[in-house]
Design a protein around this ligand. Structure first.
Ligand code: CP
Length: 317
């Protein structure tokens, strides 16, 4: 594997899971693989889990790690070609990217959707420039349209906790005060579509995702109906994808919050969320603190997910 920007690049899912569980069983088996190799992690946006878990994964593999927060301590970067740079941006991404490539062997990039242009976001304008100009393998630490390391961790977690071969997975929209990208739900849908699980996506009208990601999922606008008999409830907010409301909050209906009453409709489902989560907007205190909540095991599996992917990239160097 050279670049990792989508869960589909894992190839055979069963084999990828087997590799992940081997990494989980024996996290320090590949210390020699990363020796004298450097990972550069570049953040255009904030992070807690991705930052710590990816760094831990690289250290487990014996790598050196450099972290750059682009908006804190680096020169402000211009991303548009043709701009007269007489403003506050001192450096262009077209020089900065190949320079960064000189200092490392692998680059991880976090760059969220900006909601200025749907076309730019869905063409992954920033991530694709790193792939084109850095000269190094690049992996996504959440880009504009996908968060594959999160999805891989989610799928590892489902594999660990499922009680039947084909569980019912319900991905439910839930309210949030701010406009959030579609990256996590897109990516989760992409991953679950690689399985033969029963998959239902539920959201209010106007929150339809890109059909490319919805795939074979059943879309159900009645959340209660969707939750009936669920084995896993994956809660997430996202902003509108469809025009003319792209990137906007068009509904804050608190009836979509995942509460004990909502979970009672399920088949004693596990509750999942990628975190960070707004309590009592997305999910009630009672549900996230319940024994059915998997939010901490999911976060722990972010190390396994990142380490499995980094190992594959290192093997390809
Ligand atoms: N789930 C996740 O990616 O968390 P962070 O934004 O804290 O990295």
């Amino acid at each position: 594997m050279r670049n990792f920007t989508s869960i589909t690049q894992l190839g055979n899912l069963e084999e990828a899971m087997a590799k992940a569980f081997e990494v989980k069983r024996n996290p320090f088996a590949d210390q020699a693989l990363g020796r004298n190799r450097t990972l550069l992690m570049i953040f255009f946006n904030n992070s807690l889990r991705t930052r710590l878990s990816t760094q831990k994964a690289a250290l487990n593999l014996g790598m050196n790690v450099i972290v750059l927060d682009v908006n804190q301590g680096a020169w402000k970067l211009e991303t548009e070609r043709g701009v007269i740079m007489d403003g506050d941006k001192s450096e262009h991404l077209l020089e900065a990217i190949p320079v960064m490539g000189c200092y490392c062997d692998i680059i991880g990039v976090r760059s969220f959707a900006k909601f200025e242009s749907k076309e730019d976001d869905y063409n992954e304008k920033i991530l694709s420039q790193f792939i084109k100009y850095s000269g190094k393998p690049v992996f996504s630490m959440e880009a504009a349209t996908r968060h594959p390391l999160q999805t891989f961790a989610d799928m590892i977690t489902i594999e660990e906790y499922k009680k039947k071969p084909k569980p019912k997975i319900v991905m439910s929209w839930a309210p949030h005060p701010k406009a959030l990208p579609q990256a996590v739900p897109n990516s989760f849908a992409e991953g679950i579509n690689m399985t033969d699980y029963e998959f239902v996506i539920t959201h209010p009208h106007g929150y339809e995702l890109d059909p490319k990601f919805v795939g074979n999922a059943r879309v159900e606008y009645d959340q209660d109906k969707a939750l009936a008999g669920a084995d896993f409830v994956y809660a997430k907010n996202w902003s509108a994808y469809q025009d003319p409301n792209y990137g906007q909050v068009i509904n804050k209906d608190m009836n979509w919050t995942i509460t004990e009453e909502k979970m009672a409709l399920t088949d004693n489902a596990w509750f999942m969320h990628c975190l960070p989560v707004r309590r009592n907007m997305i999910v009630s205190d009672d549900v996230i603190e319940s024994p059915q909540s998997l939010v901490i095991p999911e976060a722990a599996n972010r190390v396994v997910s990142a380490q499995t992917v980094l190992k594959e990239i290192l093997l390809g160097l």
